[in-house]
Write a protein that binds this ligand. Structure first.
Ligand code: PMP
Length: 407
C-alpha cells in the first residue's frame, strides 16, 4: 500500500483551505457530502466554457463532443465498478432518485398483492420510504431485517424471513448513521439461494471500499456522485441487464423513446429507456474527473488510510469521559456516531461548529435506528482521506470544551 501525501492532497480541495469562526475549517461531514477537488471543479467550468450543448440529439460538433464525454463517463463508471456492460449503468440524479427508479419500476414489473420486500433496520430513509410507498400502492408488504443493540444485522433472522412471496432484498452497504459495514456478501448469497435479487444502496459503501460488481454479484447497486468527490445532482443505478430489460420506464418524455405517435409510444433501448429529458451533462462529466482523481490515489490506499484514521478517532473519543459511541463493531467505515452524556446532540453540534468543526447532528435521515437505540440522535463525525489525526485532536479538544460549558 502506498503512503498518502495528505498535505499535497489537501491542496487539491479549495474548500478545505478556509477559516470558519476564525479557525481553520475541520470538515467532518463527509457522509453528507464530500468536498470536491479542483480537477472536478475545473472539468465543470471547462465544459460550460467549451462544449456546452445538448447530448444525444445534435449532429453538430459541440453536441457530438458533449455526447462523447457524457458516454465516456458511463463507460468509466462501468469499468470502475467492473460491470459487464455500459448499458447496465443508468445515470440518475442521485442515490435517492436511483432507489425511487428501482422501487417504482421494479415494483411495477415484479411486485403484486401480498408480495414481500425486505430491507434492513439500518437503512437511510432513501431506502425505506420509496419501498414503503410502492408496497402501499400495490398491497405488498415491507419486512425489516432486525439488528442487535450494537447495530449488527441478524442474518439468522433474515434467512427465516424469506419465503415464496419475497421479491427483492434492498439493503445498505454501509450505514450512514453508524458507519457499520453490512455483511452484503452473505446477504446476497442467502438471497440468491432462493433466487431473490438484491439491491445494494452503496451511497456510503463505494466511497470507502473497492466495489467490484461482478465479484459482489448483487443485482442492483446505487450511489451518488456528490459523496464520492464528484458534483451534486448525479447518481448511478447499476442493474443486471436481465432485470433492467424487463423493467418499465420510471419516467417518460423525451430521450427515452424510440417512436412516438399520438396513439402509441415505443421505448428506447437500455440505458436510455430510464434516462428521460436532458441529463445533467456538466456534472456527469465532472464525475468523470472525480473518478480519475480517485483512481490516481487508489481506493485501496484510501481505504487503508481511512481505516487507520477511524481507529485513531475511536480511541481518542473513547478516552473522553462521557462519550458513548454507537455501533462500535469490528467492521466499520468512515463514521463515528456518538453522544456526550447528558448533552443533547444538537446543543453539542452547535458549539462544536463555533470551533470551526463541521459535524452532523440529529437522526441522519435514519429515524428508525434512533428509535431502536432509544436516543434523539447522535453527533456524527464522518471522514474522508483528506482528514488528519490533527483534525481528530481538534474535535476531541472541542468536545472537552463542550463538556466544560455544560458543567
Ligand atoms: N443512502 C444512504 C446510505 C445515504 O447515506 C444517502 C445520503 N445521505 C442516501 C442514500 C441518499 O443519497 P442522496 O441524498 O445523494 O440521494
Amino acid at each position: 500500500m502506498q503512503q498518502l501525501d495528505i498535505v499535497k492532497i489537501r491542496k487539491d480541495f479549495p474548500a478545505l483551505d478556509q477559516k470558519v469562526f476564525d479557525r481553520p475549517l475541520v470538515y467532518l461531514d463527509n457522509a453528507a457530502t464530500s468536498q470536491k477537488p479542483k480537477q472536478v471543479i475545473d472539468a465543470i467550468s471547462n465544459y460550460y466554457s467549451t462544449i456546452n450543448s445538448n447530448v444525444h440529439r445534435g449532429v453538430h460538433h459541440l453536441s457530438q463532443q458533449a455526447t462523447e464525454a457524457f458516454e465516456h463517463t458511463r463507460e468509466h463508471i462501468q469499468k470502475y465498478i467492473n460491470a459487464q456492460n455500459s448499458h447496465e449503468i443508468i445515470i440518475t440524479k442521485g442515490a435517492t432518485d436511483s432507489i425511487n427508479l428501482m422501487a417504482y419500476s421494479f415494483g411495477k414489473k415484479y411486485l403484486q398483492l401480498d408480495d414481500e420486500v425486505i430491507i434492513s433496520a439500518l437503512e437511510h430513509h432513501a431506502n425505506i420510504v420509496p419501498w414503503q410507498m410502492i408496497c402501499k400502492e400495490l398491497g405488498a408488504k415491507l419486512h425489516v431485517i432486525p439488528m442487535n443493540d450494537e447495530g449488527e444485522l441478524l442474518l439468522e433472522k433474515f434467512e427465516k424471513m424469506i419465503n415464496q412471496k419475497t421479491k427483492i432484498v434492498a439493503v445498505g452497504h454501509v450505514s450512514n448513521a453508524l458507519g457499520i459495514i453490512n455483511p452484503v456478501e452473505e446477504i446476497i448469497e442467502i438471497a440468491h439461494k432462493h433466487n431473490i435479487p438484491v439491491m445494494i444502496d452503496g451511497a456510503q459503501g463505494i466511497v470507502h471500499k473497492k466495489v467490484d460488481i461482478q465479484d459482489l454479484d448483487c443485482d442492483f447497486y446505487c450511489f451518488s456522485s456528490h459523496k464520492f468527490y464528484g458534483p451534486m445532482g448525479v447518481g448511478i443505478l447499476y442493474g443486471k441487464e436481465k432485470y433492467l430489460e424487463k423493467m418499465p420506464p420510471y419516467q417518460t418524455g423525451g430521450e427515452m423513446i424510440k417512436k412516438v405517435t399520438f396513439k402509441k409510444t415505443t421505448f428506447n433501448d437500455l440505458p436510455y429507456k430510464f434516462e428521460t429529458g436532458t441529463p445533467n451533462v456538466a456534472d456527469v462529466i465532472g464525475f468523470d474527473a472525480a473518478l480519475n482523481y480517485i483512481e490516481g490515489i487508489g481506493i485501496e490506499n484510501i481505504e487503508e488510510y481511512e481505516t487507520e484514521l477511524l481507529q485513531y478517532a475511536t480511541e481518542k473519543l473513547k478516552g473522553i469521559d462521557g462519550v458513548k459511541i454507537y455501533g462500535e463493531v469490528p467492521h466499520k467505515a468512515g463514521v463515528i456516531s456518538f453522544n456526550l452524556k447528558d448533552i443533547h446532540p444538537y446543543d453539542a453540534g452547535t458549539i462544536i461548529d463555533r470551533f470551526g468543526i463541521a459535524v452532523r447532528t440529529g437522526n441522519h435521515c435514519a429515524q428508525p435506528i434512533m428509535d431502536r437505540l432509544d436516543i434523539p440522535g447522535t453527533i456524527r463525525a464522518s471522514f474522508a482521506f483528506y482528514n488528519t489525526k490533527d483534525e481528530v485532536d481538534r474535535l476531541a479538544e472541542a468536545l472537552e470544551k463542550v463538556k466544560e460549558m455544560f458543567g
